[in-house]
Design a protein around this ligand. Structure first.
Ligand code: SAM
Ligand code: SF4
Length: 346
C-alpha cells in the first residue's frame, strides 16, 4: 500500500528505476549515485584533506551502524539510486567491512558498488572485498616518491600502497582507478610519471584539482588548473578523448599505445554541477546534497527515534530540493564553514 509520501505513481516509477520526485532537485537533476562514508577515522593524515591538529574523532555511538547504513541505503535504492561508493575517512578502518559490502550488494536494483581507499590495507583485503561483491576500487596515491609520500600524508607507507594497488589489480575488479590530487610545488612535477603509468598498467589515473576545505592549506597558487595539468601530461603521452556520459565527473582520455586511461577531475576550473547526480551520507548520518553544502539533513536522529519510511523520505526530499544550481568559485568555497574533507569522504 503506497504511503502518502509515496503515491502509487511514485512507487511504480521507483520500482522501474525511473527518476522519481524524492531524488529530483529543483533543477531537474535526478540523484542516482550515493556516496557513503563509513568512518571519519583514517590511518593517514593527508595535508590536503585534514588540518594538522584540532580535529576531534566522533564517538563510536555517533557513527551509523551497518544496520542503519543498510536501512538508509535500501530506502534510497528503492527511490532510484543505482550506484553506491563507500568512502571515509579510510573505509578499510571499519571492522568487518566485507559484511557491509555483502549486505549492500544484495540490495535489489543496485547496479554498482565501489569504494575509494588509500590502499594501505588492500594487500591482504582486496580479494576479500571483491569476493563480498565490491565491483570497483579507486586507490588514492599522490606521489611515487617515499619522502614526498611522508610529506603529503604525514605518515609512511608508500610501499604498502603499491602492494595494495597490485592486489587490487589482481583481484578481478571491473575498474581500478588511481586518484592523484595535484598540488603546485608538492607533486605537480610527477604528472608525466603518473601519465606513463597509465600507458603501462590497465589503470585509469585521475588527476584531481586541489579543492578547498576546512584548514587544508588550500590557496589559489597551489591549485594546478586542468589546462595546465593536461599540457604537462601531454608532454609524456598522447591523449585520445573519450565520450563523456551525462553525469561524468572526469574528462577522460585513452592513452595512445597504452593499456590505461587518464582522467581529469576539474571541479575547480570547469565544474560538473549541471549534471550532478550525487548525494553524500556522512559517517554520523547526515545527508549532504553537495560536497560543498554547509547545510546538512540529519537522518540519524529520526532513524534512532523510530521514524518510518515516509518520515525519512520527507527529510531526504527536503534535502534534495534545497540543492543549489552549482557551487560558487574556489575563493568563495575557501571561506565556507564546511566540514574537513576527511569528514565528508570526497
Ligand atoms: N581515505 C580514502 C582515500 O584517501 O582514498 C577515502 C576518503 S578521501 C577523503 C576521498 C578522496 O578525496 C581521495 O581520493 C582524496 O585524495 C580526495 N581528496 C581529499 N582531499 C581533497 C582535496 N582537498 N581536493 C581534492 N581531492 C581531495
Ligand atoms: Fe585519510 Fe583519505 Fe583523507 Fe588521506 S585523503 S587523510 S587517506 S581520508
Amino acid at each position: 500500500m503506497p504511503s502518502p509520501d509515496r503515491p502509487a505513481a511514485t512507487t511504480a516509477r521507483a520500482a522501474a528505476g525511473a527518476p522519481g520526485p524524492v531524488l529530483t532537485d529543483g533543477f531537474g537533476r535526478f540523484h542516482d549515485y550515493l556516496r557513503i562514508s563509513v568512518t571519519d577515522r583514517c590511518n593517514l593524515r593527508c595535508l590536503y584533506c585534514m588540518p594538522a591538529d584540532g580535529l576531534v574523532w566522533k564517538e563510536r555511538a555517533e557513527i551509523l551502524t551497518f544496520e542503519e547504513i543498510e536501512r538508509i541505503a535500501g530506502l534510497l535504492v528503492r527511490q532510484g539510486v543505482r550506484k553506491i561508493r563507500l568512502t571515509g575517512g579510510e573505509p578499510t578502518m571499519r571492522r568487518d567491512l566485507e559484511v557491509l559490502i555483502a549486505r549492500l550488494r544484495a540490495l535489489p536494483g543496485l547496479q554498482s558498488l565501489v569504494m575509494t581507499t588509500n590502499g594501505l590495507r588492500l594487500a591482504d583485503r582486496a580479494a576479500r572485498y571483491r569476493a563480498a561483491g565490491l565491483d570497483g576500487l579507486n586507490v588514492s596515491l599522490d606521489t611515487l616518491r617515499p619522502d614526498r609520500f611522508e610529506q603529503m600524508t604525514r605518515r609512511t607507507g608508500l610501499e604498502r600502497v603499491r602492494h595494495g594497488l597490485e592486489a587490487a589489480l589482481a583481484a578481478g575488479f571491473a575498474t581500478v582507478k588511481l586518484n592523484v590530487v595535484v598540488m603546485r610545488g608538492l607533486n605537480d612535477d610527477e604528472l608525466p610519471d603518473f601519465a606513463r603509468l597509465a600507458r603501462t598498467s590497465p589503470l585509469e589515473v585521475r588527476f584531481i584539482e586541489f579543492m578547498p576545505f576546512d584548514r587544508n592549506e588550500w590557496s589559489t597558487d597551489r591549485l594546478v588548473p586542468y589546462a595546465e595539468m593536461r599540457r604537462r601530461v601531454e608532454s609524456a603521452v598522447t591523449l585520445q578523448p573519450l565520450a563523456a556520459g551525462p553525469n561524468a565527473v572526469a574528462r577522460e582520455f585513452a592513452v595512445a599505445g597504452g593499456a590505461g586511461r587518464i582522467g581529469f577531475v576539474t571541479s575547480m576550473t570547469e565544474d560538473f554541477c549541471a549534471g550532478c547526480n550525487r548525494l553524500r551520507l556522512t559517517a554520523d548520518g547526515r545527508l549532504k546534497n553537495c560536497l560543498f553544502s554547509v547545510g546538512e539533513a540529519d537522518l540519524r536522529g529520526p532513524l534512532r527515534a523510530g521514524a518510518d519510511e515516509a518520515e525519512l523520505l520527507a527529510v531526504i526530499r527536503g534535502c534534495v530540493r534545497e540543492k543549489w544550481a552549482g557551487h560558487p568559485p574556489p575563493a568563495e568555497l575557501a571561506a565556507l564553514h564546511n566540514r574537513a574533507m576527511i569528514q565528508i569522504g570526497g
